[in-house]
Structure formats: C-alpha cells, structure tokens
Design a protein around this ligand. Structure first.
Ligand code: ADP
Length: 479
C-alpha cells in the first residue's frame, strides 16, 4: 500500500497499532494518505534508541551536526514546492504561504547549522587563587518535541534544528491533523544521514503518544506548542519526571490603532494579522483596539477589505484565505460567532461558506462593539475572527491591551514616536510590533511570550540554547 506512512524509530520505518486517515480540509474527497499511529511502547523504544545513540553522535563533535543540518536545509529547499503542496493539502494554508513556510523551515535548518559551531562557554577567575572556573553548555540529552497543526513545517523545524544543533537526540510527535509534512521532513533528515536513534518520528494521538513522551523518564526535556489546556496538563504531568519544559501556548493578541495612524498601513496590518492563514496563528491579531477618532473610518475600510478577501481551496490560484483546518475547529469558530452576537456585538461575516469542493470554508468575521471583558475578547478562538474594541486614548488602549491572561504578541499602529515607545515599554508581552502585524516574525531572534502564553525559555535564534542545553560549571586547581 503506497499511501501508508510509518513511524521512524532507531533508523527504521515501523508500523504502529493502527492507521489514521489524513484528509484535505479544502476537499474532503481527497485522501492524502494513511499514517501509522505509534503506541506508548514505540515511544519507549524510541527513547531507549535515542539514549543509546547519543554518546557516539556527541563524540563526532559539532561539525558533523553543522554539516547534517546544512544538508537538510538544502534538501528542504530543493523540495519546497512538493512539501509546500503537501502542507497546503493537509493544513489548508494557501499554496504560496505553504511554500514560503517550507522555505522558512530550510532557513531555520541553515541557521542552526551555523549555530552548531558557535556554542560558546565562559571562563572566569575564581574567588580562590589558583582555581580556574569555566562554564560550558552541554546537550540536554533526549528531547521530546510535540508540535501543533498550524505550522506543520516551521514549528517542527524550529524545534528539531536547535535540538540537533546543540547535540541532543530527538523524538518528534507532530499533530495528528498534519503528519504528512512532518513525515516528509523526517524522511529528509533520515536520508541525509542522521544516525539511527538520533532523530525519531512518532505519529498519533496526543493523549497516547504525547502523554507517553511526557511520562518517559529517559526524555530529559520536552518542548511543546499547542493549546493552553494541553500545555497545563503537560506542565503538571512533566513534574513527575522533573522534565525541563518549554511550552508555547495561546494568544489573544492586541493590535492598537491610534487616531494618528497611517490608515492604509493600519488596515493592511490588521487584515494580515487577523485573517491571513485563516487566523490560525498564535500571534494572530484577535483584538483590534481602536481609538475613537479613527474608529468608524477604520472599521469601514477594514470591513470592505475583509469582505473582499477570496476564501477558497488552498491549492486554488485565486484563494487568499484557505479553509479552517477541521470540522471541530469550524464548529468552534461558528459557536464563537454566535456567542459574539449573544454578548451584544454586531457581527460582520463569519458564516460558513460553500466552496467548489466540500471543505471547511468560513468567511472572516469582525465582532464590532466588543468589550474587553466579553468571552470573545478573552478566549483564544484560533480562527478568522477579530473583536473590535473602541477606546478613548492611548492610556486606555495600553491598559485594555494588557488586560488579558495571555502575553504573546502586541502591536500598535501610530505615527507618534512617544506612543510607540511607551507601548514598546508598557506592553506585557514577549514580542511587540510597531506599525507591523502582530504575526510574522524573524527566525533568528527569540520567539515566545509572557503570562499564560509561554512557560520556560524562549524558542528560536541563539537563545534556543537556553532550553536545549544545560550548563556545567567546572572548577580546577593545579597544573
Ligand atoms: P491544537 O490541536 O489546538 O494544536 P493541542 O494542544 O490539542 O492543540 O495539540 C498540540 C499537540 O499536543 C498535538 O501534537 C497533540 O497531539 C498534542 N497533545 C494533545 N494532548 C496531549 C497530552 N495530553 N500530552 C501530550 N501531548 C498532547
């Protein structure tokens, strides 16, 4: 059966205990393939293989890792169109965005190929004469990586690449909805010569495979991106084996538009931030906080632009917004549209749409007249829906922006240096954007948030070393 895809454990492709269908959310008649769901015993085999393979791999030194990552980057780039098509088919991102995401994955592998050779330590004078003190970074060991469905190429890349660069062995579990892109990446990593056991792919349900990773005593660190409830469950369960944790969860990201903003720029930033990628980004702008003087003009312009967005199949050339990822997600989005009305908002758009094929299409939605204490302004929806909140001035805007359990990204559109500066300083988030969408980040600088959005060290850039390495302080006397 050519459409069956297996798990990679200890350098061998192995079946799990059942197969899961991967279907195209733009066209439910399109069966992409069947993917083997691993078991807890498979996770155990992968963890043992990883631990056993580590010493020989680490002995090869950083150049072997740098060269491997560079080869992977080249292959991902060379196959970007094929992988991008798979990504668009299984996740629903429009093809240009899907291919761009795969190219981003290649850039990330290339970046960490360089970082493998730049793992620096420190040497200090001791407080005791004759004693030398050095601080070095060592690999964490076997790391578990659990990824969500919304960036099937980029998120696995930004966890796998630093994990390998800093000398760890990896067990990757992609989200059940999008195993195809991760499987393709796994094949490349394997074929480019990653030693058996150093990279393992285990697919399947989070409640079984993910949970087995969280519980496994040989897995020293676990990096997760996903929802808040799952992150919380992992934090609690991970404590039992004293795992180092890196959790990236949700957002309810504010975008402030002040009266003095360049309106063209503000509308473009909000359109992109709120609705592109079908709003399925943890950095999406889901609260548009708009000053009273510009509110009506801004809403009129944004409404016009939003209703003009072409929603359609991910692979169709004229689509600007692809489908929602799954039936469950679409149902959740539509429930929030109903809730917005029930909470007193005027809703524009938001209805389910018929496409040329059977799929989960939804018109983007604006919830006008929202208050920041409404559920639609507090809970992450993870769909193409944005609440518009009117405020009197900058101080109120900043206070509303910060009044949220999340703290991932925040943006402001303004021509005022004073307000831009005050917002950069006052926003209680991990990433702040001035005259730019809340979504869309570079790959060589830290990514992550504060409050309920993140736990543990930042991802991406050289700061990823803080999670993927542990520090050793060495004292020596004599000689
Ligand atoms: P979403 O589906 O919205 O991306 P989830 O938090 O449900 O968010 O899933 C993110 C990842 O976490 C997926 O790979 C999923 O399979 C995995 N996962 C779900 N539940 C658990 C769990 N209890 N333990 C470990 N991983 C889990």
């Amino acid at each position: 059966m050519t459409d069956v895809h297996l798990n990679l454990i200890d350098g061998t492709w192995v079946p799990g205990d059942h197969l899961t269908e991967n279907r195209n959310p733009s066209d439910l008649s399109d069966l992409i393939g069947r993917y083997a769901a691993a078991t807890a015993a498979d996770v155990d085999r992968a963890a043992r293989a990883a631990a056993a393979a580590l010493p020989a791999w680490q002995a090869k030194g950083p150049l072997a890792r740098a060269e491997l990552l560079d080869r992977i980057a080249r292959r991902v780039d060379a196959e970007a169109e094929v992988i991008g098509r798979m990504l668009a088919r299984e996740e629903g991102k429009i093809l240009p965005e899907a291919i761009a995401e795969v190219r981003r994955a290649a850039q990330i592998f290339r970046f960490y190929g360089g970082e493998a050779l730049r793992i620096a330590g420190e040497a200090l004078a001791s407080v005791r004469p004759g004693v030398d003190v050095t601080i070095t970074r060592e690999p964490l060991g076997v790391v578990g990586l659990i990824t969500p469905w919304n960036f099937p190429a980029a998120i696995p890349a930004w966890k796998v690449a630093p994990a390998l660069a800093y000398g760890n062995a990896v067990i990757l579990k992609p989200a059940e909805l999008v195993p195809g892109t991760a499987h393709h990446l796994a094949r490349i990593i394997h074929e480019e010569g990653c030693p058996p056991g150093i990279f393992n792919l285990v697919m399947g349900p989070g409640s079984v495979v993910g949970r087995a990773m969280v519980d496994h005593p040989l897995i020293a660190g676990l990096s997760f991106t996903g929802s808040v409830p799952t992150g919380r469950a992992i934090a609690l369960a991970g404590a039992a084996t004293m795992k180092k944790l890196q959790l990236e969860m949700g957002g309810k990201n504010p975008m402030v538009v002040l009266d003095d903003a360049d309106l063209d720029l503000a509308v473009a930033a909000c359109l992109n931030g709120a609705f592109f990628s079908t709003g399925q980004r943890c950095t999406a702008s889901s609260r548009l906080i708009v000053q009273a003087g510009v509110h009506d003009a801004f809403v009129a312009r944004l409404t016009e632009a939003m209703l003009a967005l072409r929603v359609g199949p991910a692979l169709a050339e004229d689509s600007q917004i692809g489908p929602v990822v799954s039936a469950m997600q679409l149902r959740g989005n539509l429930d929030y549209v109903d809730l917005a009305r029930a909470e007193g908002c005027t809703v524009i758009g938001g209805e389910a749409l018929n496409g040329p094929t059977e799929g989960y299409f939804q018109r983007p939605a604006l919830f006008l007249g929202a208050q920041n204490d409404m559920r639609v302004a507090r809970e992450e929806i993870f769909g193409p829906c944005a609440a518009v909140i009117k405020v009197a001035d900058f101080d109120e805007a900043l206070s509303v922006a910060n009044d949220t359990p999340f703290g991932l990204s925040a943006g402001i559109c303004t021509a005022s240096l004073k307000h831009a500066r005050a917002f950069r300083q006052g926003a209680r988030v991990g990433m702040v954007m001035v005259n730019l969408p809340t979504a869309g980040v570079d790959f060589h600088v830290p990514f992550g948030g504060t409050k309920g959005s993140s736990l543990g060290p930042r991802e991406q850039g050289r700061h990823a070393a803080e999670f993927f390495t542990t520090m050793k302080t060495a004292y020596s006397f004599g000689g």
